[in-house]
Design a protein around this ligand. Structure first.
Ligand code: SF4
Ligand code: SF4
Length: 153
């Protein structure tokens, strides 16, 4: 059971439609409410759940997260910078978690065209584009080849 919409809470704003990477959240033309048109194709990424300002979307968590028969609700609170998770187990117990939102101010991400074209040498680097500057660190942790079999300590 992937995401589903409580139609009595949904106001048809369409945020879930815009954010769904699988394009399966649609607005019902008659009722003007969102619904998941193809639950089998749901990635269970919960992007729609987090984006919904009405807290109208419910979903199933993974079995290793909570056993069958539970519900997972999330509430995105931008002012607090948090996402709250509420898991309700089938025996009525509830677990609440709060995690920080990764916030990036609008317009703060520079487009690729603003960066210099990487050199041929840079193309061989293991670093991704704009690393390490974009991560706000001086350098990424590195491991000497002779330690590959030992793993990181
Ligand atoms: Fe789309 Fe992800 Fe929501 Fe599934 S959980 S409907 S894939 S946004
Ligand atoms: Fe309805 Fe929430 Fe989707 Fe808006 S984001 S259309 S309120 S389910």
């Amino acid at each position: 059971m992937p995401t589903f919409v409580y139609m009595t809470r949904c106001d048809g704003c369409g945020y879930c439609v815009d954010i769904c990477p699988s394009d399966i959240m649609h607005i019902d033309k008659t009722y003007r409410r969102a619904y998941n048109i193809e639950p089998n194709m749901c990635w269970e990424c919960y992007s729609c759940v987090k984006a919904c300002p009405q807290n109208a979307i419910d979903c199933r968590g993974y079995a290793d997260f909570a056993p069958l028969g539970h519900s997972v609700r999330t509430l995105r609170e931008e002012a607090k910078g948090t996402i709250s998770w509420k898991i309700k187990f089938r025996d009525g117990r509830e677990k609440d978690f709060v995690s920080p939102i990764r916030t990036t101010p609008w317009g703060s991400i520079r487009p690729p065209a603003d960066y210099e074209t990487p050199s041929a040498e840079a193309m061989k680097s293991q670093e991704l584009a704009h690393e390490p500057d974009a991560l706000h660190v001086d350098a990424l942790p590195a491991m000497a080849p002779e330690r590959f079999k030992e793993g990181l300590l």
